[in-house]
Design a protein around this ligand. Sequence first.
Ligand code: BTN
Length: 323
Amino acid sequence: MSTKLRILSVLEQQKGQSISGQTLADILGLSRTSIWKGIKTLQKEGYIIEAVTNKGYRLSAKSDVISAETIRPSLLAALQDLSMHTFKTIDSTNDEARRLSSKDPIRQGIVLSEEQTKGRGRLGKSFYSPSQTGIYMSFYLKPNLNMADAALVTTATAVAVCLAIEKLTTKKPQIKWVNDIYLGDTKICGILTEAVSDFESGKVETLIVGIGLNVKEPSAGFPTELEAIAGFLTSSAEKASFDRNLLIAEIANQFYTIYQAIEERSFLAEYKKRCFVLGKKITFKERNQQFEAVPIDIDPKGGLVVRLSDGHQRTLSYGEIIM
Ligand code: BTN
């Protein structure tokens, strides 16, 4: 581990408290000059490290830079070997996940970025991904699933994100089928699952699960076209000390726990509890057609079972609810 990351790891362990340059130097077996240089590099990378007279250095509770070294200690033991790739900026974490997994056909991992320049959503939409305010992460997996079951991973991911938010905050996120997570009337998170499959066997070779979660209100606000619908997880009072790294680790823990046992489908009950469209009259858009229906259930494959105006039942697997 580099000098700078060793310093960061000690500062992280006592985030918000000061530690003298000498103590840091003693703990790490480094000179005070090396500590000073390491601190300067971390500050340049965006970490808020204050130099407090007679007390030393303090990683501010407001410091919130996504880093693998900060995330890893909060991951479950079974995930300690996971490869993690972090970026300041990237076109799309899903695209990077696809590039990485094609180079390494065996390993699974996570891609994270502070910003995306070409963030993508479902149905050809873009996903607004401004710097340092959100979580843009993609898991790349080597599942032993066929295409139909791979669709369930999206459903499972929505549950994982809700459980992680509920564990670390007092918020009560809800799910709009298939994969949008809402807080009140606004969408705070979307999920884009993409598969690379073997044409002959029909098996999914690589599954990429991208999560875009608006954590803090972007300083310039949302673009006009998103203003009415887009929301964020933290209030202005909470956002100053919110640590995205902890939430990333918790999402990963919840996700992999559900994913290991995906065939048991026990997460579907959690999905239904949070799926706020069940029992409500909705307008559904499927390809270029719109129709009204009342969702009544989620089927074992994650499909939305609806009752149509003529009383017939149908299961929807593709499209979107436009309310
Ligand atoms: C949607 O709301 O339609 C899905 C949005 C998914 C956005 C995430 S952000 C991380 C990953 N990279 C992307 O380009 N998209 C997904």
